[in-house]
Design a protein around this ligand. Structure first.
Ligand code: SF4
Length: 391
């Protein structure tokens, strides 16, 4: 088996009681079969508490006020305290470590929804790189489209090289990667997969010759819009409604969404544009902040593209995987603008980390929300003629 992981992956250590939040509240913690079996046999008083704290039908821990039944008032785990780390179920033992499975390959990442992982991802100054490992294990996939997967991997490499090119403005990196993913989707839709390699070479040539803007324009001339640029008024308002339509994991998320309405969109387009301009003057155009700001965007984009892009091998939704990355960076930025206004036009690195992990908890870490959002992104941003296949 081959393994791939970000270079900082092994450095993760849970901060437990010092964590500004906890991963044991707000979502259902599913228990694997082996742990269920063990918990069912646990003896003594703790064994009784354990069995009474499990929803055996749903195979998860019960919650009290949306907190795991074992999470104590110090935000520490009573099960861990009583039985030690080996007794944790797979979900608790692994989080925030996340694995995407492909035939013969496991891609490991840290979930942005964990505050400590978000800190590691966002504070990484150098371009993230991926470490390869290998062992003797094998898997037994019944069906796997190797041909498509290898094209997706090649495409992701091109996306990475553009996203990590710090000589280019982030807006251009975003526009170019969006158009590359869209062109890939069109090739698939028109059953011209054999042209994808040429598409990649063409994009790489533009990158090398510093004519990526041309690549974007050529691609957009067919489509007629620039969906990658920031702050398109109508689009942002529509996207806010999509965020509102998703399932809430934490009730306080409503306040974050309300804040967007109140601070950004409530007084009309001109007012919104004025805020964006002022915000970018402070964080996007001053040379002291520009690099820092663009680096955060780059790290977020790399996180989303690395984690999700190759998953298109299972659903053919190539462009919505890229759109998910772009959408997420746009929205983390919108929420940051709200925080900046709320806090008297001040913003700290802690704000950036907190907004990012809160966003990830609500939107990206919930399978239902992630699927609903991806479907919406495909329906709204896929090139004309591309149709979402019914499951
Ligand atoms: S969210 Fe992350 S840092 Fe916080 S308790 Fe869970 S694993 Fe530890």
């Amino acid at each position: 088996m081959r393994y791939l992981k970000p270079h900082f992956y092994d450095r993760f250590v849970c901060t437990a009681g010092a964590c500004p939040d906890t991963c044991c509240a707000g979502w259902q913690i599913m228990i694997d079969e082996e742990s269920l079996d063990r918990y069912g046999k646990e003896k003594g008083e703790f064994g009784t508490r354990l069995r009474n704290s499990i929803d055996w039908e749903e195979e998860c821990f019960y919650q009290n006020d949306r907190r795991c039944a074992f999470l104590n008032e110090k935000n520490l785990c009573d099960l861990y305290k009583a039985l030690g780390p080996d007794a944790l179920c797979d979900t608790c033992r692994m989080y925030p470590r996340h694995t995407e499975e492909y035939e013969g390959l496991r891609e490991l990442s840290l979930s942005l929804s964990c505050p400590e992982a978000a800190k590691m991802i966002l504070s990484c100054q150098e371009p993230v790189h991926f470490v390869k490992e290998e062992d003797e294990k094998e898997d037994d996939f019944e069906e796997f489209d190797f041909m498509m997967f290898s094209q997706l991997e090649d495409t992701r490499d091109v996306l990475f090289s553009i996203l990590q090119d710090r000589s280019l403005p982030l807006a251009l990196r975003m526009a170019a990667t969006e158009q590359l993913a869209e062109q890939y989707q069109i090739c698939m839709e028109e059953q011209r997969e054999y042209e994808i390699d040429d598409l990649l070479r063409d994009c790489e040539r533009h990158h090398k010759e510093q004519t990526l803007q041309e690549f974007v324009s050529e691609s957009l001339s067919a489509k007629g819009v620039d969906a990658a640029s920031f702050h398109q008024w109508e689009r942002q308002k529509e996207e806010l409604q999509v965020l509102r339509s998703l399932e809430r994991l934490r009730p306080e998320w409503d306040q974050v969404l309300d804040g967007v309405e109140k601070w950004l969109y409530g007084s009309g387009e001109e007012h919104y544009r004025h805020i964006c301009e002022e915000f970018h003057k402070m964080y996007g155009s001053l040379s002291s902040h520009k690099e820092e700001w663009e680096n955060l965007g780059e790290q977020l984009l790399m996180f989303f593209v690395y984690t999700y892009f190759c998953g298109a091998v299972y659903d053919d939704m190539v462009c919505s995987k890229m759109e998910l990355a772009l959408f997420s960076v746009r929205w983390i930025q919108e929420f940051l603008m709200v925080r900046w206004l709320e806090d008297g036009k001040m913003l700290s690195m802690q704000d950036v980390e907190e907004i990012s992990w809160r966003y990830a908890r609500e939107v990206e870490h919930s399978d239902d929300n992630l699927n609903a959002l991806e479907d919406w992104l495909f329906e709204h941003y896929a090139p004309e003629g591309c149709v979402l296949e019914e499951e």
